[in-house]
Design a protein around this ligand. Structure first.
Ligand code: CA
Length: 242
C-alpha cells in the first residue's frame, strides 16, 4: 500500500512542527490545519487517509470535529490529548475516533499508532468483514456463518456473550473500543454494572484464548478506557498498552 496522506490538526505550533518533521523524515505525505474549521475544510477537500487530531482546539472541540467528519468519512482518526482531557479522549473514542496518544508522546509511539491505523485502513479496504465470513487473526479463527471459534484447529467454546464480545472486537480490529461503546453494543446500556460485567466476561474470554499466547496478546486492555483487538501477524513492536 502506498504511504497514506495524513491530516495533522494541532494548534500548538511546536507540536505541529514536531509531527510534521517526523512524518517528513518517514516519507509520509501530510497536510495540516490549526483549528477545527480548517480540519473539516482540509478533510473535505483533500480526502486524507488518516487524521491526527488534537482535542483542544481554539475554535471547536476536537470531539465535534470527529462527529462532523464521521457523517461522511470512515478514515482512521488518532486523537492527541493532554492528560487533563482524559474524559474528552473517551468521548472522542465514543464519537468514532480509532485510537489516542497522550501528550507528551514519543515520536516512536506516534509512528506506531500511524502503522496501526494504516493496517486498519488496508484491512478495511481488502477484507470487509461481512456477516457470514471467516475472520482470521493469527491462530484465531471465527467462522461467523457457523458461529464457531477456533484456535488453530481446536474449537473454543464460548458463551453467547463471550462470542458477541469477540466478534465485536474482531469487526473493529485495530480500533480502541470504549467500555461504553462495548456495553451499549452487547447489552444496549452502559451502567456501572454493565462495565463491571464486561470486565468479568473479558477475563473469561481471555482465559479461553490463553492456550495460545498470541491470541491472548491480541486483545489489549486500555486501563480506564476499553479494549482493542490488534492484528497478530503484523504486531511488530508497537505494543504500548496505556
Ligand atoms: Ca491544543
Amino acid at each position: 500500500m502506498n504511504k497514506p496522506l495524513i491530516l495533522v490538526v494541532e494548534d500548538d505550533k511546536p507540536i505541529r512542527n514536531l509531527i510534521a518533521a517526523t512524518l517528513k523524515s518517514h516519507d509520509y505525505k501530510f497536510i495540516s490545519a490549526e483549528n477545527g474549521a480548517g480540519a473539516i475544510m482540509e478533510a473535505s477537500s483533500h480526502n486524507p487517509d488518516i487524521m491526527l487530531l488534537d482535542l483542544g482546539l481554539p475554535d471547536m472541540d476536537g470531539v465535534e470535529v470527529i462527529r462532523r467528519i464521521r457523517s461522511w468519512s470512515e478514515m482512521p482518526v488518532i486523537v492527541i490529548s493532554a492528560r487533563s482531557e482524559d474524559r474528552d479522549k473517551i468521548d472522542a473514542l465514543d464519537s468514532g475516533a480509532d485510537d489516542y496518544l497522550t501528550k507528551p508522546f514519543s515520536v516512536e509511539e506516534l509512528l506506531a499508532r500511524i502503522r496501526v491505523a494504516q493496517r486498519r485502513l488496508s484491512s478495511a479496504r481488502s477484507e470487509q468483514i461481512a456477516a457470514g465470513s471467516l475472520f482470521v487473526n493469527g491462530e484465531l479463527k471465527i467462522d461467523m456463518a457457523a458461529g464457531c471459534v477456533f484456535l488453530g484447529d481446536e474449537p473454543v467454546h464460548l458463551t453467547p456473550i463471550e462470542y458477541k464480545l469477540l466478534c465485536l472486537l474482531a469487526a473493529n480490529v485495530g480500533k480502541v473500543l470504549t467500555h461504553t461503546y462495548i456495553t451499549q453494543k452487547i447489552w444496549g446500556s452502559s451502567w456501572e454494572n454493565d462495565i463491571a460485567s464486561l470486565r468479568v466476561f473479558m477475563a473469561t474470554l481471555r482465559k479461553k484464548l490463553e492456550s495460545d499466547p498470541e491470541s491472548k496478546r491480541c486483545i489489549q486492555t486500555h486501563i480506564g478506557v476499553g479494549y482493542r483487538m490488534i492484528r497478530i501477524d503484523q504486531t511488530e513492536r508497537d505494543e504500548n498498552d496505556q
